[in-house]
Design a protein around this ligand. Structure first.
Ligand SMILES: NC(=O)C1=CN([C@@H]2O[C@H](COP(=O)(O)OP(=O)(O)OC[C@H]3O[C@@H](n4cnc5c(N)ncnc54)[C@H](OP(=O)(O)O)[C@@H]3O)[C@@H](O)[C@H]2O)C=CC1
Ligand SMILES: N[C@@H](CCC(=O)OP(=O)(O)O)C(=O)O
Length: 410
């Protein structure tokens, strides 16, 4: 492992010799290579999917894992969008001249070597590789075990492009030992790895936070909420609630709980039940909810559960403050939304909620690198430092001060 990481780290230094336009050209080649290998990728993915069937994996896991022509094309488009972004490296963020006449420039630079541990979602392999390459970072990727064959072929296709361009293939590397022991070693290799991004469920985040000596940017689970205020436009609220739960329940940015202002609960809950029944959503409710509509009981454990499935809790709360209290207790700092036409209430929610993305009158499903205009994302950072929310190329940079003198001494 150490030898492999040493090689990968020294490979990452080669990136400093490439101009932004060269990196973009190579990225566009990577996109084309993915398209050209569509059938090979689908074949490799079929092996993973067959194993997923044999192992009886959940429908949300299979939905994340599955690749078809459309999804592979979307991966290629994401790389092209990343290529089209402004170069995040070498940007003078600020510049000034001090009293002593020193010219100081704060300039963006790559972080170096990034280790990314993620779920069984093969598009993350090409998305993160492309984001790292664009921002001149080397990367070591460790995807979920269920996606092994898909990840291998995607990484291989991208590496072949590097080789054709006389670049070391280790710039985009899969962790050779993908076992839990391999992860345990990786997160302690601070000599070679500059940042670890764990993207996944609670067990992964806990393990990495407790054991890493490399700095970590957590991409934790999404325990997301939608609050329907007394001043909500109910037509919008119904549409947004359905989208935030049903469009892709397996995604971390989908909601798990609907919070409803008690002053409108008896009028609106039957409407929410009707729309969710049409979507076959399994509803669970608090005691007040169950006085109004017929649903099964939601316990505190349910309010703390990320279903990643078409299941939704409903809780009646005492206005915006009740919603904020619930979110403070159960939220995971990912994405939260309020539906209201009242600007004061909207602002109160915006200012009080401590999450990576806080929405007014929109679906939490928008917390996504592509939707934010970043081309793709390494993931949704639930950290406050160093990056927050969809982590794109900007989140993969740091800076240094370049100080130009004319013989000054202090
Ligand atoms: N914030 C964000 O950006 C995102 C968050 N998520 C969250 O991820 C979860 C869904 O992913 P899920 O399928 O459960 O993924 P897991 O958390 O089970 O797995 C993700 C990765 O972590 C590894 N892993 C898991 N547990 C450990 C551990 N204890 N020690 C070392 N490595 C570990 C897995 O390896 P292996 O497979 O080899 O066991 C895999 O590579 C949801 O909670 C979702 O909200 C998902 C996507 C984005
Ligand atoms: N980029 C994603 C968000 C990340 C995410 O949810 O990942 P996952 O939990 O693996 O489905 C999207 O909304 O498309």
């Amino acid at each position: 492992m150490e030898h492999f990481l040493e090689k990968a780290k020294s490979a990452s230094r080669v990136l400093a010799t490439l101009s932004g336009s060269e990196r973009n050209r190579i990225l566009r080649e990577m996109a084309e290579a993915l398209r050209a290998n569509t059938m090979n990728i689908i074949e490799a993915n079929a092996i993973d999917m067959k194993k997923a069937d044999v192992d009886n994996l959940s429908s949300s896991l299979k939905d994340r894992l599955m690749l078809d022509e459309k999804r592979i094309n979307a991966m290629a488009v994401a790389i092209e969008e990343i290529a089209a972004l402004k170069d995040p490296i070498g940007k003078v963020i600020e510049g000034w001249i001090t009293e002593t006449g020193l010219k100081i420039e704060k300039v963006s630079i790559p972080i170096g070597m990034i280790g990314i541990i993620y779920e069984s979602r093969p598009n993350v392999t090409s998305d993160t590789a492309a984001l790292c390459f664009k921002s001149s970072n080397g990367c070591v990727l460790k995807g979920g075990k269920e996606a092994e064959e898909s990840n291998k072929i995607i990484a291989d296709v991208l590496q072949q492009v590097l080789i054709r361009n006389d670049l070391p293939k280790e710039l985009i590397a899969l962790l050779p030992d993908s076992s839990r022991e391999g992860v345990a070693k990786l997160i302690k290799m601070d000599r070679y790895v500059d940042l670890i991004v764990p993207r996944g469920g609670e067990a992964l985040i806990r393990f990495v936070s407790q054991n890493a000596s490399v700095p970590v940017v957590k991409h934790d689970k999404g325990q997301c909420h939608l609050y329907i205020d007394r001043d909500a436009n109910i037509e919008d609220a119904l549409k947004i609630a359905v989208n935030a739960k049903v469009q892709r329940p397996s995604a971390c940015n989908s909601i798990e709980t609907l919070l409803v202002d008690e002053s409108i609960a008896s009028a609106v809950l039957p409407m929410f039940k009707a729309v969710f029944d049409r979507e076959n959503t399994q509803l669970k409710g608090c005691a007040l909810t169950r006085e109004i509509i017929e649903v099964s009981e939601a316990s505190d454990e349910d309010f703390d559960t990320e279903y990643l499935a078409n299941i939704l809790n409903i809780r009646v709360v005492d206005g915006v403050d009740g919603a904020i209290s619930h979110i403070v207790r159960f939220g995971s700092g990912h994405s939260e939304s309020i539906i209201t036409e009242n600007i004061t209430t909207a602002e109160r929610f915006m200012e009080s909620i401590d999450a990576a993305a806080v929405y007014v009158n929109a679906s939490t499903r928008f917390t996504d690198g592509g939707e934010f205009g970043f081309g793709a994302e390494v993931g949704i950072s639930t950290n406050k430092l160093h990056a927050r929310g969809p982590m794109g190329v900007e989140g993969l940079t740091t800076y240094k001060y370049k100080v130009y003198g004319k013989g000054q001494i202090r």
